[in-house]
Design a binder for this molecule. Structure first.
Ligand code: FES
Length: 173
């Protein structure tokens, strides 16, 4: 071991001091900016939340379109979003809630929108058609079934969540 004292030159002292002070000042300026940039991403999204849509007693075996509006937060931007679903009860009394968004190019489909096919969903943009369960009719433009909404029934009210892929299999009508 050496007893030699480590000497810090004036130049080194100034370098250390300026680096420390500069780093502290840069961190003071950048930290709020980083927080501002990242904060909305860290906020819990309301997108996946279930929204109340309709009293279950209003749901029939005939598909009806129901609209609902909710506050949507997208990053720093908050807006009111309106979504729609075609809702009916199948032959077993089970609720089916279909997205109205055509799987071809995204137009809105209508139940019995074409008088030639009164038991199907019809997309007016390119004559796309879907069976009642959402399955796309072969040889029409859509190549996939209409999405299904996740749902819950709470105290007699139907709540809808996000649309998910429809597991309906070919051949179902
Ligand atoms: S957008 Fe629906 S058929 Fe083309």
């Amino acid at each position: 071991m050496s007893d030699k004292k480590q000497q810090v030159s004036r130049r080194q002292f100034l370098n250390y001091s300026l680096t420390g002070v500069g780093g502290f000042m840069a961190a003071s300026v950048l930290a709020p900016m980083i927080r501002f940039a990242v904060d909305p991403v860290l906020q819990a999204s309301t997108d996946g939340d279930m929204q109340p849509v309709v009293d279950v007693s209003e749901i029939t075996e005939e598909p009806q379109r129901f609209d609902w509006t909710f506050e949507q937060v997208d990053g720093w931007y908050t807006s009111n979003a309106t979504h729609s679903a075609w809702v009916y009860k199948d032959e077993n009394g089970d609720i089916v809630a279909l997205s109205p968004t055509c799987k071809h190019l995204g137009c809105a489909v209508n139940w019995a929108g074409n008088p030639d096919y009164p038991d199907q969903f019809f997309c007016p943009c390119h004559d796309g058609r879907y069976y009642k369960n959402g399955l796309n009719v072969p040889n029409t433009p859509p190549s996939a079934a209409l999405d299904l909404y996740e749902f819950e029934v709470r105290e007699g009210t139907l709540y809808l969540g996000s649309p998910v892929e429809n597991p309906v299999e070919k051949g179902g009508a």
